[in-house]
Design a protein around this ligand. Structure first.
Ligand code: HEM
Length: 543
């Protein structure tokens, strides 16, 4: 008697392959096609690896597993290429980027993201499909539509980067974000910001003495180091009432070095939120991921120390931690409170120090390339108290220089990614379907020729010599717009004014001669925040 056909080995291989193929398509169409999966990515990866390993030990299991993988990826790719709502809506963009965000990530290994996106703008126009369900928007109304009062968009999956820790900037649900922002707002009241600014003055004095030493010895000053030291020293004080002391010691603090190194991870991984989760979850001790982890641990330790100090009443100065700890104490320091405290302390460190340092660096770079503006500001400073933020806020050219340098060199060149909700979004005449990830790169939008005439040129006067147009108002949002806009806007601007005015009052400066002249912009890397190239300046004291 002949065996049952399914017991014939060649037939059962076919059967296992068919079952695997059906399972692959079914799991895509019933599960992965719906909702968000980035937080489950490590579990999905591990369970699939386990399935594969197990299949090795089951007769014909390899046929099932291989057919499953092939059909899963074929189903995903076919859907993205031919049936996805963004395909049906006809958005242009490279085919490879429609298939997978990994292509974007790969490009960012070799070129900085701001240049990848800028190039796509030139090739495809104002709306480019840069991922299976992502549109990069270069339209000047993007900021208003994505973040304005009427927007229903939420922050994108990228903001789960700190998961399971929580923080203001990373909170995606609008109601939770608004509640946390109210807590943060208490740390930004007038008395508190006045006290932070007074503390900043001590750091500015340290900065000025380093510049004086460099001018007296006729040596180049590494202004990049100096600005990061300044930015982080101020923020250490601001958040934990504890400066990093880098300006004083004239060297990098290990923690800040870790943080900046850890940030490099975000260059290639930021476009792919699930890759971030896999990287942090599965490879926490590899390369810059280890540095990120150590930085996180430092924040937890420092926050624990700060909580202990507040219990013993060892600090009375209202740093930001004070207000956040008060809130946690009311709740009895639940696990959720700790997740907030740790996430927020890391957030504050990043959100405050890097952008301020970058914004100052941008101003120094463009001023040193356009020295006539240094002299114009110097003229304005005559009879002005350079320690008074109120007086400095009234100086037309100083403030225009700050606006213009933030336009050409922004601390967050492509970040601020949002996600459309059920109703989709309309920008200009273009409708973007629901649940699309939306990127609005400042680097490119701030360079739109139809909004900013001679956009590549540094022309501070554009901010006061002509009436401001509607599109230049909407198309320029260096601090964001609406409920998610920068909380430290006033503090950041005041610091820029104080540093620039006090340096320019005493010194002239120019880029140090040599091959590094243009490296500041050429070597700029987009690690969510800007990481510019080298900038060495030569300072000379005014008579
Ligand atoms: C000139 C310097 C600065 C610039 C250009 C800047 C820019 C920005 C931008 C564009 C955002 C929105 C980011 C996003 O949507 O993902 C933001 C958010 C934020 N910034 Fe700033 N920032 C600066 C300085 C500061 C300073 C000094 C602080 C703290 C003292 C600060 C605290 C924050 C916080 C807490 C948020 C999150 C707001 C929220 O999600 O509700 N920033 N900033």
């Amino acid at each position: 008697m002949s065996p049952h056909p399914l017991l014939d080995p060649s037939n059962s291989r076919a059967l296992f392959s068919i079952l695997g193929a059906i399972a692959g398509i079914a799991i895509h169409l019933s599960l992965f096609i719906r909702g968000e999966w980035h937080l489950q990515a490590p579990t999905v990866l591990k369970s699939h690896a386990a399935l594969f390993a197990l299949s090795m030990f089951v007769k014909n299991g390899v046929f099932f597993a291989s057919a499953y993988c092939i059909s899963l990826f074929t189903s995903i790719t076919t859907y993205r290429l031919f049936f996805h709502p963004l395909t049906r809506a006809g958005f242009a963009g490279p085919t490879s980027m429609r298939m997978s965000k990994l292509v974007h990530s790969w490009k960012c290994l070799f070129t900085s993201n701001h240049l990848v996106l800028h190039d796509l703008h030139k090739r495809y126009g104002d709306f480019v499909r840069t991922g299976p369900s992502e549109i990069t928007i270069y339209h000047p109304d993007a900021f208003l539509v994505l973040d304005g009062a009427k927007s229903t968009c939420i922050k994108s999956e990228f903001y789960d980067v700190l998961h399971p820790n929580r923080s203001l900037i990373a909170t995606r649900a609008k109601d939770k974000h608004a509640a946390r922002r109210r807590e943060w707002n208490r740390g930004f009241n007038k008395t508190a910001t006045d006290s932070y600014l007074a503390k900043s003055q001590t750091h500015i004095s340290s900065l000025l003495s380093l510049i004086r030493a460099s001018a007296q010895s006729h040596t180049e000053a590494d202004i990049r180091d100096l600005m990061y030291w300044y930015g982080f020293d101020v923020m250490g004080d601001f958040i934990f009432n504890q400066s990093f002391g880098m300006l004083e010691n004239q060297r990098w603090h290990e923690t800040v070095r870790l943080l900046r190194k850890g940030f490099e991870v975000l260059g290639p991984t930021a476009p792919v939120p699930w890759a971030i989760q896999i990287a942090f979850n599965c490879l926490p001790s590899v390369g810059p991921l280890r540095e990120w982890k150590e930085m996180n641990e430092w924040c937890v330790r420092t926050m624990e120390g700060r909580v202990e100090a507040s219990e013993k009443c060892e600090t009375s100065i209202p740093d930001v931690a004070y207000f956040l700890i008060e809130k946690a104490r009311e709740n009895g320091f639940s696990e959720e409170d700790w997740q907030w405290l740790c996430g927020d302390s890391l957030l504050a460190m990043i959100a405050g120090s890097e952008p301020t340092a970058d914004a100052l660096l941008g101003a120094f770079y463009f001023l040193s390339k356009n020295p006539s503006h240094i002299e114009k500001i110097h003229e304005e400073l005559k009879n002005v108290d350079v320690t008074s933020v109120e007086e400095l806020a009234g100086l037309r050219h100083l403030n225009a220089v700050m606006q213009e340098s933030l336009r050409l060199f922004h601390p967050v060149p492509t970040g601020g990614i949002r996600k459309a909700q059920a109703e989709g979004v309309v920008i200009g005449d273009t409708y973007i379907p629901p649940y699309t990830t939306l990127v609005a790169p400042r680097y490119s939008i701030f360079r739109r020729e139809d909004v900013f005439e001679n956009a590549e040129e540094f022309i501070p006067e554009r901010w006061y010599s002509k009436p401001v147009t509607f599109s230049s108002q909407t198309g320029y949002a260096p601090f964001g717009t609406g409920a998610t806009s920068c909380l430290g806007r006033a503090f950041g601007l005041d610091q820029m004014r104080l540093v620039l005015a006090q340096v320019i009052q005493k010194y002239r400066f120019e880029i140090a001669p040599g091959e590094g002249k243009d490296r500041f912009m050429v070597d700029l890397m987009d690690h969510f925040t800007s990481n510019p190239g080298q900038l060495k300046l030569v300072f000379s004291a005014r008579k």
